[in-house]
Every structure is written in C-alpha cells, then in structure tokens.
Design a protein around this ligand. Sequence first.
Ligand SMILES: Cc1cc2nc3c(=O)[nH]c(=O)nc-3n(C[C@H](O)[C@H](O)[C@H](O)COP(=O)(O)OP(=O)(O)OC[C@H]3O[C@@H](n4cnc5c(N)ncnc54)[C@H](O)[C@@H]3O)c2cc1C
Length: 288
Amino acid sequence: MTPNTHIAPTVDAANPWATHAVRIRAIRREIPQAFTYELGFEDPEVGTRFRFRPGQFDMLYLPGIGEAAISISSDPDNPNRLAHTIRAVGNVTRALSRKHVGDQILLRGPFGSSWPVESCEGQDLVIAAGGLGLAPVRPVLYHVINRRERYGKVWLLYGARSPRDLLYTAEYNDWRQADIDVQITVDLGYDGWDGHIGVVPTLFDRLRPDPKRTRVITCGPEIMMQFVISACLTHGISARNIYLSMERNMNCALGFCGHCQLGPAFVCKDGPVFTYAQMEPYLDVEDF
Ligand SMILES: Cc1cc2nc3c(=O)[nH]c(=O)nc-3n(C[C@H](O)[C@H](O)[C@H](O)COP(=O)(O)OP(=O)(O)OC[C@H]3O[C@@H](n4cnc5c(N)ncnc54)[C@H](O)[C@@H]3O)c2cc1C
C-alpha cells in the first residue's frame, strides 16, 4: 500500500535497528495512569539529526524487558524537547513508569506515516481525539499554531471518560488563544463539572463543517473513531479526507515480522496514519 503522507526517515536511515541512548529529563503526571516523559539524546550529534513529523512514533526499548511503540507527543518544530505520553498497561510501559528523572533508556525511530499537515493547509480542520489519543495529535496542534495563518477554522474535539482523565488540561487556554476552537467532553461528569457530557461524536454533531473544505484527523479507541467517521460521512465529508491512526499492537516497526499486517498494509511502515478510504475494509479485523 502506498503511504498517503510523508514518512520521515529514522535518525539512522542506513540501520533502522540502531538504538540510541536517551536520558529522562522530566516526568509529568498527566492523569493517574499516564505520564509524559521528556527525553534528551545522550549523543548531541544524534540529537541534532533527529527530526520527526506529527503522528510518528518511536520504539522505546528497555533491555531485558522489551520494546513498545509510543507516539511522539511534543512540538515537531522543537525536536530537542522530545516527549512521549505513556499509559502503563504491560511489561514495557509498567517498567517505564518506575523510571526516574536522570535514568537512561533506549530509543529507535522515528517511524511511520504522519498526519497530512501540509495538504490540510488552506482547509478547515477537525481534530477529534479520545483519551490517550490526544497524545499523537498534539504535534498537529503545535504545528498548526506555529503557522496558524495557513489554516482555516480549526476545531479540537476531545473527550475522556471523566474530568480527571483529560490530558494536557493546562494547555487548553493557550490553544484557544491561538484560535483553536477547543471543545471538551466527558463520558461521566461529577460535581463541579459544568462542561459537556457525552462521547466525542456528539461534539461533532454540533458543528456545521463545510464538507468540501474540511479535513478530519481522528485518534483514539477504534470504536470512537468509527462513530466520528460515521458523523463525518453523514456531513458529506469524503472518506479520502478523513485520517485516522491505527494504533495496533506491533513488534518490529519495520514491516518484517508481519505482526501488524492489515490486508495489504503494515501498520508500522505504511501507517499508523491512513485515510478512512484505505482502512474501511479492515476496521473490523480484531487486534491481537
Ligand atoms: C503507532 C502506535 C502508537 C502508540 N502510541 C502510544 C502512546 O503514545 N502512548 C501509549 O501509552 N501507548 C501507545 N501505543 C500503545 C503501546 O504500544 C502498547 O500499549 C504496547 O503494547 C505497550 O507495551 P507493553 O509491553 O507495556 O504492554 P504489552 O505487554 O504489550 O501488553 C500488555 C497487555 O496490555 C494490553 N494492552 C496493550 N495496549 C493497551 C492499551 N493501549 N490499552 C489497554 N490495554 C492494552 C495488551 O493487549 C496486553 O494484554 C501505541 C501503539 C502504536 C502501534
């Protein structure tokens, strides 16, 4: 399958298996189960060469434990402040959650396709994210804000289970001031929450997007993305203009092991960002 967006080469184009030592510079607790790790390359020469595009991911490696694919959640215009937001769910991510500032881990990357930030220029953009799915789209927000005049209307529709599960809450005001229409929802409110209650697609239903000039970027649980997509199609937005990130379990990140194969595509090297037109036949294929 031909990737639909640019794929930036790994920092070691000649040897994508090469790992690089990075030191944890800062750890920020975002929500009870997820932390953002700011990483710095030990070798300044590698740090200088490292570039990534919004939507790409790194393989974070803990020797003796394993590797996990983790999206880059920081500003692509500032690759020296490299950040990843991680939820502790299994072997690697739980071991990472026990690391401290100053500890060293290994990284290879960046890998994968990216969000179509250039072809969205001149268009309206709806970014619809759920839960930890805000992490892989945060680089899009930074990219757009850094060159805001190139985009039309921009909406961020973001939802989480409850107010305490919302990521990056300290940044919403900055994003609003940069002319992003930030709309937040939670599945379950509680005392003191006076915002919207409902799933992310219900926010979409409140918009009046112009189907011809609207591009949609969505990331989150696949069931949420499917409902967002269905709302987009109802509004007349073409399947070719809806982009999603398929965060399926993967191993090698290079298209060799076949673990993340979906029809003709390998999520690791042809994705994770695809158009809905490309992924529509495979959304019901179970992850393993
Ligand atoms: C392109 C891509 C980008 C990703 N970006 C991020 C990211 O930014 N932050 C992040 O935290 N994760 C991200 N993931 C998910 C992460 O790679 C997996 O959760 C990975 O399996 C974690 O490795 P582990 O060894 O800790 O868990 P494993 O040992 O592989 O998994 C342990 C158990 O947890 C389950 N599990 C795996 N992932 C999840 C999940 N997301 N939610 C609930 N249960 C799960 C597995 O099914 C398994 O039963 C991304 C995945 C992909 C493919």
